[in-house]
Design a protein around this ligand. Structure first.
Ligand code: BTN
Length: 243
């Protein structure tokens, strides 16, 4: 395992993606930055993180030795690893919000950006970016549903210890992927999924509110919601939001 520590970079995901295309990166190469000038989030959002206070890093995963059947399996493995590491280090009560945010109550403490390189319908490699709010205690007012480990537990955390725990949990979950334990991964993910089997208000892409129950994740990784008339509808990330 190779760890590259940087003071500042635009984005650890962009750095690692470029490195992987220019050289043959080793499996589990990790790039950690103390600060990012252009941190990227899901759906082309920016990821803001106070320098030196939080964990912002990316991991390169190679899928040359084994194949994963569906993209969602990687998403399950990564989210569960981060979830388990945070639980181990903090004992906080947390959940995974589909697809892969980590929440404490309804506050986001960690975001994950998985960028796959696909060839002939198969994932060749992936860059997994993780942004965990650790010791930051002030957030901009626009981001009201955000928190950090320190705000929630009133403790300071060692970033290197957290990184080590996340990476070791990730290795275990990636081994499960290699062993094709897809059902176990899905079962574990659904057990800790935010609002699973709880009547919840959602908003569709037109802004229309509706009640439903999260019932599962489709083969393609879509969120399955059981509606009031008991039909099940599937939604992509841009098609639904929690109210
Ligand atoms: C999200 O939108 O929730 C995903 C956020 C992912 C942020 C991390 S920070 C390290 C890595 N580098 C980036 O530019 N993004 C990811």
């Amino acid at each position: 395992m190779k760890i590259i520590k940087l003071n500042a970079i635009d984005s650890t995901n962009s750095f690692l993606k470029e490195m992987a295309t220019n050289t043959s990166a080793e499996n589990f190469t990790i790039v950690v930055a103390e600060s990012q000038t252009n941190g990227r989030g899901q759906q082309d959002c920016v990821w803001l993180s106070e320098p030196f206070k939080n964990l912002t890093f990316s991991v390169y995963l190679s899928f040359r030795k084994f194949q994963i059947k569906h993209k969602k399996n990687l998403l399950f493995a990564v989210s569960l690893a981060v979830y388990e590491a945070i639980k181990e280090e903090t004992e906080l009560s947390i959940s995974i919000k589909w697809p892969n945010d980590i929440l404490s109550g309804n506050k986001k403490i960690c975001g994950i950006l998985i960028e796959n390189s696909i060839q002939k319908d198969k994932i060749k490699h992936a860059v997994v970016g993780i942004g965990l709010n650790v010791n930051q205690t002030e957030f901009s007012k626009i981001t009201s549903n955000v928190s950090s480990l320190k705000l929630l537990t009133r403790q300071n955390y060692d970033l290197d210890v957290l990184l080590k725990t996340i990476v070791s949990k990730l290795k275990i979950r990636i081994d499960q992927l290699a062993c094709k334990e897809f059902e176990k991964l899905e079962e574990d993910y659904l057990k800790v999924l935010y609002k699973k089997n709880t009547p919840t208000m959602f908003k569709d892409r037109k802004g229309v509110l509706f009640m439903g129950l999260i019932s599962g994740i489709s083969k393609e990784g879509l969120l399955q919601i059981e509606l009031e008339d008991e039909t099940i509808k599937e939604f992509g990330i841009k098609e639904v939001s929690f109210v």
